[in-house]
Design a protein around this ligand. Sequence first.
Ligand code: TXA
Ligand code: MG
Length: 353
Amino acid sequence: MTMRTKCIKITKENLAEAALEAGQILQNGGLVAFPTETVYGLGGDALQKEASAKIYTAKGRPSDNPLIVHISQASALSEIASPVPETAWKLAQAFWPGPLTMILNKKDCVPTETTGGLNTVAVRMPDHPVALALIEASSGFVAAPSANVSGRPSPTTADHVMQDLDGRIELVLDGGPCSVGLESTIVDLTEETPVILRPGYLTPEMLSAIIGEVIVDPALMQTDAGSRPKAPGMKYRHYAPRAQMILVKGSQSEVTQKIRSLIDQAHQTGKKVGVLCAQESKDSYPATVVKSLGSRTDEAQIARNLFARLREFDEEDVDVIYAEWFEAPGIGGAVMNRMLKAAGHQILQAQEE
Ligand code: TXA
Ligand code: MG
């Protein structure tokens, strides 16, 4: 099914009117893409099972992969989840609106189409005026996965959304580029000890400061592809550019040297090479397409740029992408998690022989 996808550039002046139009589409069972602080979401009414079914079709997403329900006030949590533990209210108080998704036991009003067949529901209150206005103008419960075609890098601009979903949804609200650029941290509160199922902008330390012990799903720590994470979405190859991507691990000087020799070899076989690196080492590579994620001193910038750069490589039509390793103390864990998935866990160790 194809349709004409309308795109509205949001300003202070037209926000209220555009939100009303978009909210109406959602109430009628249609789909609207909208900006959040993390990435763009592909929204449908979370309480209408037909709307959730449409989301899966538009994205080409496996139907066992549950959606996040977006709300505009913390109190709405108890309308769709039960019980709501004290830890949930504390986290909401500390981090909402913001890049935190909580998994709780769902109430019957949430259809299993929305939750991928699970008895739990993922809930988040996004920190973006356009998202909040849209939720207010809808039923108050907006199911929204990232607004990309399944498997591709998540969209951080309205252009990215149009690249993937033009002709498949009714409307895109263009609120400019996303400020965080990586998806929310997901924490499962249905277990005795809260478990982080997807790393994001908010680190485990930031959550423990509010609710005490938090563990990280052990499946996420493994760098091989054979692990079985609890968030169904984390098991799929994801965020991937079309070219083969290989991460090169080691100290900065080892990595630079290794990538330089890989470029040499690839050029000898006539391949078009891309390099994804830090600003600091951008001039070290004689490859055709060298893209910087930003300075290693600015982790937030690296996170914000990652998905856009991965998409840009597709336009350059490179055969192979060599990427520097980006482990760092804060949001670097989330950056590496996304890069590992983009590379399908292909890692080269760059030790000197
Ligand atoms: O930042 C974000 O979270 C963005 C914006 C749009 O809010 N949304 C997003 O949604 O990243 P999506 O669908 O691309 O990723 C949702 C992740 C998937 O890995 C899914 O498996 C997991 O959340 N998830 C959703 N509900 C779950 C549940 N009940 N139990 C376990 N994992 C769940
Ligand atoms: Mg996604």
